[in-house]
Design a protein around this ligand. Structure first.
Ligand code: ZN
Length: 245
């Protein structure tokens, strides 16, 4: 067991308020594809060509076929050890913010997850008729593109697309969450926005900041401590050290 791990375990044990931000690295061990790079192509499209309001306006059925395919892939994935530890910590009062849209934190039982980029399993009315966002976990979806149950217009995935702002309610919850003793950034780089923005803001407000990431090289200057380990390895070890268990 590394010194770094023991020191971070002690920080977790002593902290009064902990906020955790997760990214794609947490879901990698569950087999969730990142949809970046050559392996992420669907038909011949890059995510940047489909996850935009313009693409949806141009061809909502095409965009929905892509989401339906992604939902099908992710439905076959299971939460891993990292999701399970974080779910237990969330039940003890840790605030969990995720950039992931895969829903695996929720499937592991995490509570009150702040979904920075929304969720693949939630839909909202593209016509903005006033119908509140709803959940639909059916795979495949019954009708493509799915309709809004209130107005019969087009529904869209309740995710944040390229060029769209983050939900103001989510930003408000994040603003409250960065007021913490300890901020852990897990499976996401602390040098890339938006993770970096939250980590830096928490650090400015006095939080001790930690990054847990297999490649933590560049983050050394951005955080107070870095663990170069995959989340599904680091988190069970931290939990085994007796912290918040
Ligand atoms: Zn509607």
């Amino acid at each position: 067991m590394s010194d770094g791990l023991a020191a971070i375990a002690a920080r977790i044990r002593d902290a009064r308020r902990i906020t955790i931000l997760t990214g794609a690295g947490v879901s990698a061990a569950s087999g969730v594809p990142t949809f970046r790079g050559p392996g992420g192509l669907w038909r011949s499209y890059r995510p940047e060509e489909l996850a935009t309001p313009e693409a949806f306006r141009r061809d909502p059925r095409l965009v929905w076929e892509w989401y339906d395919w992604r939902r099908g892939l992710i439905a076959r994935c299971e939460p891993n050890a990292a999701h399970h530890v974080l779910a237990r910590w969330s039940a003890q009062g840790t605030t969990l913010i995720t950039q992931n849209v895969d829903g695996l934190h929720e499937r592991a039982g995490a509570r009150d997850v702040v979904r920075f980029h929304g969720s693949l399993w939630r839909l909202r009315c593209a016509e903005e008729c006033g119908q509140p966002e709803w959940e639909d976990a059916s795979v495949p979806l019954e009708i493509l593109p799915p309709p809004c149950p209130a107005c019969g217009g087009l529904a869209r995935p309740a995710v944040v697309w390229f060029g769209e702002p983050i939900d103001p309610d989510v930003l408000e919850r994040c603003a409250r969450a960065i007021d913490c003793d300890l901020f852990l950034s897990i499976g996401t780089s602390s040098v890339v926005y938006p993770a970096a923005g939250l980590v830096h803001a928490a650090r400015r407000q006095g939080a001790f900041t930690v990054e847990i990431n297999p490649e933590a090289t560049e983050a050394a200057a951005a955080v107070d401590a870095a663990l170069s380990m995959p989340a599904e390895v680091a988190l069970p070890q931290l939990e085994a050290l007796g912290v918040r268990a």
